[in-house]
Ligand binder design. Structure first.
Ligand code: PLP
Length: 405
């Protein structure tokens, strides 16, 4: 079907050649999905590919969570619910945030969304006017920059440097704040590097935001996947920041539930009302039966989740040690999430080209560091959400490919 096939008589007959609105020109994407599609194509042709490009746990959702969903379906939780989320689900999330972040929030602060990603989209949509500046990590999750540009905001990147263990330099961040800064985005543990901000980093960011009246979008989706040290939220570092914070979190990573699409934001009630209205205007609400599992999951057995986390720790060490044993590659040991960000700059090949050739010539699907912003040049992102056996095979393939360069 052509883009115009559904036009009715009273719609304009002259449209731009593509039919797309100009705003679409500024919308970016997440290249993980493109690399995955290319890898699947190669597999169809009979090639063996090891998938290190995907940002999702390879484990199954814990069985008791699946049971809760089945029970909810049988109990008739198959209808629309309130846009901001079911009251009992919002209450469970508020309790989880009170207990894990030590701040006093209630259900009015919570919006439940299909996955956590819409919280980025909705919060930026609700807060950023054209010309407003948003500070965000680079390399960083690509959707931040994409949505900032989409709404006409000015993206102000802060480089997450290897020599600083890929933590953003908070003094550099301070130097980039202007009267137009409306929002600071932080992400700890961090995608793509696995870096974790220190309490001091978070205290400085909180103080800057408080002093200058700036909102902070704290993306804490990997908060329960931490292998060294203890997770620190910006809300631990300075609870006074609560009224400036949009806390983004969800079920996808901790509970191996990426395909369920369950996430949430916790934010001041006036902003929660605006975000819920954006939800009314887009997807209406999050699926009712799936929301019903959030409470039982957050407060039920953690046996399977803990086992998954232990396994990720082993894999992290396996892949970091394996990469460091390959001449020409160096790799920091990240504290959390399930990614490593090896430095491949000594190969003298652009990251995007390394990505392409590793897939085509070695059968390893990885992502170029530049998929996460310009400052990712010289790096790759590898996800270790794959079996130890596959990681060992991937390391062998990478080593033999590097050897030939
Ligand atoms: N934030 C970060 C840093 C992520 O890496 C991801 C997913 O990859 C998300 C948010 C979105 O998670 P969800 O799948 O719940 O939308």
């Amino acid at each position: 079907m052509t883009p115009h096939a559904t036009m009715t008589a009273d719609m304009p007959t002259v449209a731009p050649p593509t039919g797309l609105a100009t705003r679409m020109l500024s919308l970016g994407t997440e290249s993980a999905f493109e690399v995955l599609a290319r890898a699947r194509e190669l597999e169809k042709q009979g090639k063996s590919v090891i998938h290190l490009e995907i940002g999702e746990p390879d484990f199954s959702t814990p069985s008791h969570i699946i049971e809760s969903a089945v029970n909810a379906l049988r109990a008739g939780e198959t209808h629309y619910g309130p846009s901001a989320g079911l009251p009992e689900t919002k209450e469970a999330i508020a309790r989880y945030v009170r207990e894990t972040r030590g701040v006093d929030v209630d259900a009015e602060w919570v919006v439940v969304t299909p996955g956590a990603k819409p919280i980025m989209f909705f919060a930026i949509f609700a807060l950023i006017d054209p010309g407003d500046e948003v500070i965000y990590p680079n390399p960083g999750f690509p959707i931040y920059e994409s949505v900032i540009r989409f709404v006409g905001g000015r993206p102000i990147p802060i480089q997450a440097r290897e020599e600083n263990d890929f933590r953003v330099d908070v003094e550099e961040l301070r130097s980039k704040v202007t009267d137009k800064t409306k929002l600071i985005i932080i992400n700890s543990p961090h995608n793509p590097t696995g870096a974790m901000l220190t309490r001091h980093d978070l205290e400085v960011v909180a103080q800057i935001a408080l002093d200058r009246g700036i909102y902070v979008l704290a993306d804490e989706i990997y908060s329960e996947l931490v292998y060294d040290g203890k997770f620190e939220s910006i809300l631990h570092a300075n609870p006074d920041i609560l009224r400036n914070v949009i806390l983004l979190d969800g079920m996808s990573k901790t509970f191996a539930m990426t395909g369920w699409r369950l996430g949430w934001g916790v934010m001041p009630p006036h902003l929660a009302v605006a975000v819920a209205r954006l939800q009314t205007n887009s997807n209406s609400c999050t699926a009712s039966f799936s929301q019903k599992v959030i409470g039982p999951a957050l407060f039920g057995s953690r046996t399977e989740v803990n086992a998954m986390c232990d396994e990720f720790r082993h894999r992290r060490d396996l892949i970091v040690d394996g990469l460091n044993a390959i001449p020409g590659i160096t790799c920091r040991r990240p504290a959390g999430a399930f990614y490593v960000f090896p430095n491949v700059s000594s190969l003298g090949i652009a990251s995007k080209e390394v990505e392409r050739r590793l897939l085509d010539e070695a059968g390893v699907a990885a992502l170029a560091g530049t998929s996460f912003g310009a400052h990712g040049e010289g790096y790759l992102r590898l996800s270790y959400a794959n079996s130890r056996e596959n990681l060992i095979e991937a390391l062998k393939r990478i080593e033999s490919w590097v050897d030939k360069q």
